[in-house]
Ligand binder design. Structure first.
Ligand SMILES: Nc1ncnc2c1ncn2[C@@H]1O[C@H](COP(=O)(O)OP(=O)(O)OP(=O)(O)O)[C@@H](O)[C@H]1O
Ligand SMILES: [Mg+2]
Length: 302
């Protein structure tokens, strides 16, 4: 038991009975969700600050482990924006983004491959495995997990790809063995060209292919904001307006667009949550507390 739980359950603690009851209630409130989600697949896109801060990294790894342990098939797709930029800087390579996607030439794809599929991926695997789940690092190149094709903006972006197909058999096999695939978003095409794939696009393609129950983006914002308001939900036409007005910009553009692609393809729930808030993942999944922003189809928002 954690120190907090120990303290709360100690007999001499003032208000002990009430607090014990509250803890019991919180735990039991998760039961319907655990029953509902057992055996279902959740794709979790891991990015932003939750990948940098040690406390948050650890909490994310714990959360993911708990999800796996209650029978949810967890598939993690990670970004690594900062790490790639830092490695590129140290090699004297300049980084440019267009509409939130990294311009990727031949030198940059080497940096992306070694940073994402190497250091970043394996650090996440180590952390999750340290909490008792068994995570497996999967480069999108492994077993052709992600077959890629040039993205529509490739003329400006270079070696930036989209998901053409996903090796779902391989990912299903890992999930059936109760392992947690941790996927680095790169892929190759029929000619053997390797592509950098925006991690949100990769997570979307994988969620669609696996017919996931939910896609959750863990990022470094409270949700989609419009001025100083955090939107509880945002539909496709609202998002298009916000992009047009420049209110949704940078990395939030590919995130929003991939969210609607995912919904259109039949994945029921797509959420953006704040990875800077410890345990936001558990709150989103196991409680009714509305954390972050839910991307919804036009019809649902009316
Ligand atoms: N309207 C908006 N609401 C919220 N965030 C926004 C908005 N417009 C732009 N952003 C930016 O989008 C960023 C999130 O996208 P970003 O690509 O930087 O992170 P990520 O996708 O979580 O991580 P990674 O790209 O490393 O996988 C936020 O940090 C914020 O600066
Ligand atoms: Mg991003």
């Amino acid at each position: 038991m954690s120190n907090v739980m120990n303290d709360l359950c100690r007999d001499s603690h003032p208000g002990m009975k009430e607090r014990q009851l509250a803890i019991g209630q919180v735990l039991i409130e998760a039961l319907p969700y655990i029953r509902q989600f057992e055996g279902k697949t959740f794709v979790i896109k891991y990015g932003g600050a939750a990948m940098i801060d040690d406390v948050l990294k650890n909490a994310f790894a714990q959360n993911v482990t708990l999800l796996r342990k209650v029978g949810i098939n967890v598939v993690v797709v990670h970004g690594g924006g900062n790490a790639i930029t830092n490695t590129a800087d140290s090699m004297g390579l300049h980084t440019t983004f267009v509409h939130g996607k990294r311009v990727t030439d031949r030198k940059m794809i080497d940096v992306v491959q070694m940073t994402l599929a190497g250091k970043v991926n394996q650090d996440i695997v180590r952390l999750i495995s340290g909490h008792g789940a068994k995570a497996v690092g999967v480069s999108g190149l492994d077993a052709r997990t992600i077959q890629a094709e040039p993205c529509t903006e490739a003329a400006h972006l270079g070696l930036v790809g989209e998901v053409a197909s996903v090796n779902t058999e391989y990912l299903d096999l890992l999930c059936q063995a109760k392992l947690i695939p941790v996927i680095a978003p790169i892929g190759f095409d029929n000619e053997g060209n390797i592509y950098n794939i925006n991690a949100d696009d990769a997570a979307s393609g994988i969620a669609i292919a696996l017919k996931a129950e939910k896609l959750i983006y863990v990022s470094d914002v409270e949700g989609v904001h419009c001025g100083d308001r955090i939107l509880k939900s945002v539909c496709k036409s609202e998002a298009a307006d916000l992009i047009e007005q420049g209110i949704i910009s940078g990395g939030m553009i590919p995130k929003s667009l991939s969210a609607y692609r995912t919904l259109d393809a039949g994945v029921g729930k797509v959420h953006l949550i704040d990875g800077r808030f410890v345990h936001s993942l558990l709150l989103e999944i196991f409680t009714n507390a509305g954390v972050g922003t839910q991307f919804v189809s036009e019809k649902e928002s009316q």
